[in-house]
Write a protein that binds this ligand. Sequence first.
Ligand code: AMP
Length: 287
Amino acid sequence: MPIKLAVPNKGRLNERSLEMLKRAGLEIENGGDRLLFASVKNGNFSVLFLRAQDIVRFVQTGAVDAGITGWDLVLENGNGVELVREMGFGKCRLSVAVPESSGINSLEDIADGSRVATSFPNMTKQFFESIGKKVEIAVISGAAEVMPRMGVADFITDLVSSGSTLKSNNLRELAVISESQAVLIASKNLHSEKMKELEELANALESVEIAEHKKYLMADVPVAVLDEVRTFLPGIDGPTVMNIAGRDDVVAIHVVIDKSQIYNTVNKLKKLGASGILIVPIDRMVP
Ligand code: AMP
C-alpha cells in the first residue's frame, strides 16, 4: 500500500511543498489545479491535494498517513500527530496585535473583558489563560486585521510574516504566541514500515533544504595560484582539483560554496587569473 501524503491544494504552502517534494526526487504527476489525487511514478507514495486546515484532521484520524501543513494549524487543532520534519519555509508567527491608537503598550495593559478577534481561538484562549487574562474571543475565519476598525474587537491575534498587513491596518505587534512554519506530520499509529519510508522522505527533503543555500562552482585556475585559492575556497573538504588534458599550467577546480560567498569568491578568482567560471544550482546534498 502506498503512503497517502496530503499536500495543501492552494495558498502559501502549496507551491513550495510540491517544489520541494519534486526536488527530493518524487515524480509527482501534475494534473492541474482541480486535481485531488496525483500518483507518484517512483517511490511508494500517492499524493492528495487538500486544504491545509483539513490536513491536520485527516492525519489525526489516519484518513491519510502523512501531510504537509502549517505548524500553527497543528497546534490549533489539537496535537495527536507525529512531527516528522520542519520544512524550513512558510515561516510566520501567531501574534497579538493592537491598534496603534489603543494606548496598549504591553500585555499588562490589556483589560479583562477585552474582545479579541481571531481564527485561532484555542491557542488564543490558552495563551491568555496562561498569563491570567480574561478576554472574550470572537471567532472569525479570516481578515482579522480589519476587525478592530469595524468595532468587532479591541485587538486581534493573527499570523504575521513580514508584518506589512499589520502596518497597513494601523496595528502593532505586541507579543508572539507561537512561531510556525510548514511541517511534515504523520499519523501517530503509522505502521513502522511506512514510518521508515517517511523518514527517508524527510532525509531527502533535508538534502533539498541544505542544497538551497549552496551552489556548485567550477573554474579553470592557474596552478601557480592554487595554494592561494585554497585559502578562501575550503569547500567541504577543499576544492576538487582536476588536470586539464594538454595543459600543465592550469587546473580545473570544482567546489560547493555558500550562496552568500559567490560574489566575493568570483571576484577573487578573476583577480587571480581564473577563467571559465561556472556556477550551477544543486538539487540535493546528501551527506
Ligand atoms: P504579512 O503581511 O507578510 O505579515 O502576512 C500576514 C497575512 O498573511 C495574514 O493575513 C496571515 O494570515 C497570512 N500569513 C502569513 N504567513 C502565513 C503562513 N505561513 N501561512 C498562512 N498564512 C500566512
